[in-house]
Design a protein around this ligand. Structure first.
Ligand code: SIN
Length: 303
């Protein structure tokens, strides 16, 4: 019997597939369709210390091979999440990763501090949202700022801390090294690639915020390259994401160096993507005589 479980900085995941933050909400809708505890973990929608309404509509635009979003971190706030959403997720047996964001290092730290006292397994610090005016991708744009926010959260966070990185930088591996040195236990990448869409007939931007973050199959080659470069430059585990749509895509990210992977946009285009991709990854292992999913990590052959 193959072993699908992986160890992500001390958190045992039953398999390497994680529902990516922002594409799975708090799991309510999917809970009606399948057993959401089948995921290795669920990264919930980004949480801020105070509730946020997000950006004005229109916030989503479909592109030829991906989705452009400018949600702007709409969420009910950490306290409401802990009170209204987490008990249901915990009762399902889901391993929960709380994605945390904020306008300042202090507000990120306050959200992470509250979550550290809750039954979440891990914190994912979001320093890469391209759709907010303060914080977000600004924090992840240079090693110094990324390290400063990570250190502020680390100082109050008793859970394993993963930092989610932006691809909209010149050298993502140097940002990964900076957050590792500031106390991160893992890094996740990539968040969305900044883009825009225009409606030619009206000559107006498709999104009210004009620009947004592109996700989906269009960004997969960029993500694979960045996961490979980052995994070669850090000691902490890397969680890979960006356009994973099939079990073979997941295997490719692990071969590039990822310990686990996140499935995002595929949840929106196929509501059953989670169980399907897990089945496909299991089939890939069986077909290739691999007994332990972890054997894939960093197994890229360069000759
Ligand atoms: C958003 O809420 O705008 C997306 C979150 C993100 O890209 O981190």
């Amino acid at each position: 019997m193959r072993n699908m479980s992986v160890d992500l900085c001390g958190v045992k995941l039953k398999n390497p597939l994680i529902a990516a933050s922002g594409t799975f909400g708090f799991g309510r809708e999917y809970d009606e369709l399948y057993d959401i505890s089948a995921w290795g973990a669920i990264a919930v929608k980004g949480l801020t210390d105070e509730p946020r309404a997000g950006n004005p509509p229109r916030r989503i635009a479909e592109t030829s091979s991906g989705i452009l979003n400018s949600v702007g971190l709409q969420n009910p706030g950490v306290d409401a999440f802990i009170r209204d959403e987490l008990p249901r997720l915990a009762s399902r047996g889901a391993t929960v990763i709380a994605n945390v964001a904020g306008s300042t290092a202090e507000s990120c730290a306050e959200a992470a501090r509250k979550l550290s006292d809750s039954p979440v397994a891990m914190i994912e610090l979001n320093i890469s949202c391209p759709n907010v005016k303060q914080g977000g991708a600004q924090f992840g744009a240079c090693p110094e700022d990324a390290a400063r926010v990570t250190a502020a959260v680390r100082s109050v966070c008793s859970r394993p801390l993963m930092v989610k990185l932006s691809p909209n930088v010149t050298d993502i591996a140097s940002i990964a090294q900076a957050v590792q040195d500031a106390g991160a236990d893992a890094v996740s990448l990539i968040n969305t690639v900044t883009g825009m869409a225009i409606e030619a007939r009206t000559r107006r931007p498709a999104l009210a915020n004009i620009t947004g973050g592109l996700s989906g199959p269009a960004i997969k080659p960029i993500a694979l390259r960045m996961v490979w470069q980052t995994a070669g430059g850090v000691r902490v585990p890397v969680v890979g994401m960006g356009g994973i749509t099939t079990g073979t895509d997941a295997a490719e990210f692990m071969i590039a160096g990822a310990t686990a992977v996140m499935v995002g946009t595929a949840n929106i285009t196929d509501v059953m993507a989670g169980p399907r991709i897990l089945r496909e990854l299991e089939d890939f292992l069986d077909e290739n005589g691999i007994e332990d999913a972890g054997e894939l990590t960093g197994s890229l052959i360069l000759d």
